[in-house]
Write a protein that binds this ligand. Structure first.
Ligand SMILES: Nc1ncnc2c1ncn2[C@@H]1O[C@H](COP(=O)(O)OP(=O)(O)OP(=O)(O)O)[C@@H](O)[C@H]1O
Length: 465
């Protein structure tokens, strides 16, 4: 006997008994005389295939098919029909029935239909498992050899198993909070679903509600004519990552709380309640507990989002990981830029060991990227990494510039940012082009005279700072 389970749902006893008698040596068979009893049994058993009569008394086969497709989309359904019922058959096929058989039943023919259906099911499962393996292979890799990172990863392994427990990740900027959120998603049962990232600091206060929850058409002036799906809805069956949650306004916090408490929400201007199944992972580099004390963050929301709390240590708190990151980024950027730097010189390494790493792993990554890109070799020197006295501001510049920070109410100094951009790319271009201006211009996709003009301006500005 195979380990496949079949349901027969038919009000005619002779049909139920006939199918059962013919196939019971091959399959596990459960028979029901109505759609209602069949659907009840579906909550307990996991059949592979349902043979479903269309003309059932009470709930008919078409309605039952809709239910089965909604609750068990992976179960195949073969409709049983009287010959004259062909329009219903077409409707069933459109609703997702796998096949149909016509009464009076020929058992051999039915046997072929069942075997084909089960083979289709086997192939679908195989494809799904291959796709899942591929997705798992693409999962991000959170590096760390220090004991504290080992402990966190072991904890994450357990936490990720739940599909909906909210997680709050705290830590300084650049410590890897976003990467950790992605790791949790990829290790969770929702990993085949979407991972939707919301940068709460980047969305203006007046837009946060419509961005998170979406809106119906005509919800407000300027709304799109078709309405809009919100980020929360997009995260259905996946993970919603709320980055910089400490930047959420109190108003937006209240709306998010409602969703966190009920898992339900209304679109802006909508009257239909929507339900979404997602895990919320939040992250912040702010002291949320302190914000709760000072009434800047809602206490009730804080407890909702922090069922599991993870504190990512700063890089200076895990010096054992420094060498690992340095080797990893050296390899990564050697490959990316097709370079062959052998390692880090002892003097550069000595400086790296004492560097404060205020920008944490991101700072290390940026320094290694520009170092590997521009170094003469064969090893990375303190100058390549911007860690010598002469270039001491370089690291700071990289760190405060890359990646660009979203605009907040605090504003930004655009001139200073432009100057840093120029410094970052002009310096590298001239270095890569061995001081040849026309080659440097080509590297930056600028006309030679434009490059000369802008470079001269940059040098003059540098003189004055
Ligand atoms: N453990 C790690 N392994 C590999 N790469 C890492 C690790 N930690 C951080 N990184 C890399 O460092 C950079 C910064 O990480 P990430 O964006 O996750 O930090 P963050 O804590 O979310 O920063 P912020 O608070 O500024 O948003 C990313 O490019 C990330 O891939």
């Amino acid at each position: 006997m195979s380990d496949n389970t079949l349901f027969i749902v038919d009000d005619e006893k002779t049909i139920r008994d006939g199918i059962k008698a013919f196939f019971e040596d091959e399959y596990r068979i459960f028979a029901y005389d109505s759609a209602e009893t069949g659907l009840d049994a579906l909550q307990v058993y996991h059949p592979d295939l349902v043979l479903l009569d269309i003309g059932l008394p009470g709930m008919n086969g078409i309605e039952a098919l809709k239910h089965i497709r909604a609750v068990r989309p992976d179960v195949l359904v073969v409709m049983i029909t009287a010959y004259e019922d062909i329009t219903s058959v077409i409707e069933c096929m459109k609703l997702g029935a796998y096949d149909y058989i016509v009464k009076p039943l020929h058992m051999e023919g039915l046997g072929v239909t069942i075997a084909n259906a089960l083979e289709t099911l086997r192939l679908r499962k195989e494809i799904k498992s291959l796709q899942e393996n591929q997705l798992r292979d693409q999962a991000p890799f959170f590096i760390g050899e220090s004991q504290v990172i080992h402990d966190i990863m072991a904890y994450i392994e357990k936490v990720a198993k739940s599909p909906d427990t909210p997680v709050l990740i705290q830590g300084e900027t650049g410590t890897g909070k976003e990467l950790m959120a992605s790791t949790i998603h990829h290790r969770s049962p929702n990993f085949a679903g979407p991972l939707i990232t919301v940068n709460c600091a980047a969305i203006p206060g007046e837009l946060i509600e419509s961005e998170l929850f979406g809106y119906e058409k005509g919800a407000f002036s300027g709304a799109s004519a078709t309405g809009k799906k919100g980020l929360i809805e997009m995260a259905d069956k996946g993970t919603l990552f709320l980055d910089e949650i400490g930047d959420l306004s109190l108003d937006a916090q209240a709306k998010l709380l409602r969703f966190m408490e009920q898992g339900e929400f209304y679109k802006v201007g909508g009257t239909r309640r929507k339900k979404v199944f997602t895990r919320v992972v939040s992250a912040t580099n702010k002291d949320l507990e302190m914000m709760v004390e000072t009434n800047q963050f809602r206490e009730d929301l804080y407890y909702r989002i922090s069922v599991v709390k993870i504190q990512v240590p700063s890089l200076s708190q895990r010096p054992e990981d420094l060498k690992l990151f340095a080797d990893y980024f050296l390899k990564l950027f050697n490959q990316k830029f097709d370079r062959n730097l052998m390692g880090i010189s002892p003097s550069a390494w000595a400086l790296m060991e004492t560097h404060p790493w205020k920008g944490n792993v991101r700072e290390m990554k940026n320094i290694m990227e520009s170092g590997v890109l521009t170094a003469e070799g064969p090893e990375l020197t303190p100058g390549d990494l911007g860690l010598d006295g002469r270039n001491s501001r370089k690291a700071e510049r990289h760190q405060s510039l890359l990646p660009l920070k979203p605009l907040t109410q605090e504003g930004v100094d655009l001139n200073a940012i432009r100057f840093r951009l120029d410094a970052f790319y002009f310096t590298q271009a001239m270095k890569l082009a061995d001081g040849n201006e026309s080659r440097a211009a080509r590297l930056l996709n600028l006309k030679h005279h434009v490059f000369r003009y802008q470079y001269k301006q940059f040098l003059a500005q540098q003189e004055n700072t």
